[in-house]
Design a protein around this ligand. Structure first.
Ligand SMILES: NC(=O)c1ccc[n+]([C@@H]2O[C@H](COP(=O)([O-])OP(=O)(O)OC[C@H]3O[C@@H](n4cnc5c(N)ncnc54)[C@H](OP(=O)(O)O)[C@@H]3O)[C@@H](O)[C@H]2O)c1
Length: 280
């Protein structure tokens, strides 16, 4: 199948490229050849002749989105509308990658695909606008929500490793709870999903639930950096531009129904850290 991938240089974009390259004809679109802030991106996408479009490109800096909500909405909301319009013209299904941050974080058990979205920050609102554009304009789409993505060059796990190289003591938030997602695992699940005709909304996170503190702790342990003292801090004491939904673990109910399962996050993290250490 001829597949166009937006955000091809990003964390998930690269994992998707590696996962799909053997079996498909890929058209990777980086930020330099597809600008979501310009309506002309519709024509750029149509010119690829894609039979399927996978759209992980986004303005993913959550605090940046809080400082510039218009840009968040232009890239993640309107930009996704343009991608969906291109899919209409191509008569191609769309995979739109969305986020745990469409939820308000006030739940006390993991969110299912059909739980009510109620984003509390500009990033979440802009990604939800993207979801709505997809649902309004297309009837063949997979909306895939991932969370706490790691696997590329810039992510929370990398930040923990960098801080461990700079300090003897680190503090991490213990009351922000979520579901980490290893980008290659999400890419493998998407590769299976697009072979099915079961369009709709999916959660695709690694199995399990943890806090930022737990994820940092496992990272330091698996990287052999238990010499670094890790302390707990409260979300309320962590000053940042964006509001944070405190509890947003996801449960992959719809994918499990198709037999698509992701391994526990600790196993995926161990593999990622092995991969990083073999490169250095
Ligand atoms: N990262 C997470 O923890 C997380 C959690 C939940 C959901 N998600 C979702 O998962 C998807 C993939 O995330 P990721 O971590 O792989 O993102 P990423 O590494 O930040 O990659 C995003 C890509 O989109 C490109 N992009 C940004 N603005 C653009 C624009 N205006 N026009 C065209 N391209 C643009 C970026 O290019 P530049 O670098 O040149 O700007 C980058 O290559 C996103 O849709 C995100 O919302 C991510």
């Amino acid at each position: 199948m001829r597949i166009a991938i937006t955000g091809a240089a990003g964390q998930l974009g690269q994992a998707l490229y590696r996962m799909l390259a053997a079996g498909h004809e890929l058209v990777p679109l980086g930020h330099d050849n597809l600008e979501l802030e310009q309506p002309g991106c519709v024509q750029t996408l149509v010119a690829t002749g894609a039979q399927l479009v996978i759209h992980p490109a986004a303005y993913t800096n959550v605090d940046g989105c809080a400082r510039d909500p218009d840009r968040a909405y232009r890239v993640n909301g309107l930009g996704t509308r343009y991608v969906a319009l291109a899919c209409q013209l191509l008569d191609a299904p769309l995979v739109y990658v969305s986020t745990n941050e469409v939820f308000d974080g006030a739940a006390d058990s993991p969110y299912l695909e059909y739980d009510r979205a109620a984003p509390i920050n500009p990033y979440g609102r802009s990604k939800w606008a993207g979801e709505q554009a997809v649902r309004e304009l297309l009837h063949r789409f997979y909306i895939v929500r991932v969370a706490w993505l790691f696997g590329g060059a810039r992510n929370f796990v990398r930040t923990v490793l960098r801080l461990a190289g700079e300090r003897t003591q680190i503090a991490m938030v213990a009351d922000e709870i979520g579901s980490p997602t290893y980008a290659p695992d999400a890419a493998a699940a998407i590769a299976r999903l697009i072979e099915t005709p079961y369009y709709g909304t999916y959660h695709l996170v690694n199995e399990g639930v943890c806090s930022r503190y737990d994820l940092a702790s496992a990272t330091l342990r698996l990287a052999g950096r238990t010499d670094v003292a890790l302390q707990r801090m409260a979300l309320a004491d962590y000053q940042r531009a964006s509001a944070v939904p405190p509890y947003t673990p996801l449960r992959n109910l719809a994918a499990a129904d198709l037999g698509i399962r992701l391994r526990p996050w600790e196993e995926a993290l161990a593999e990622y850290l092995r991969e990083i250490s073999s490169v250095h």
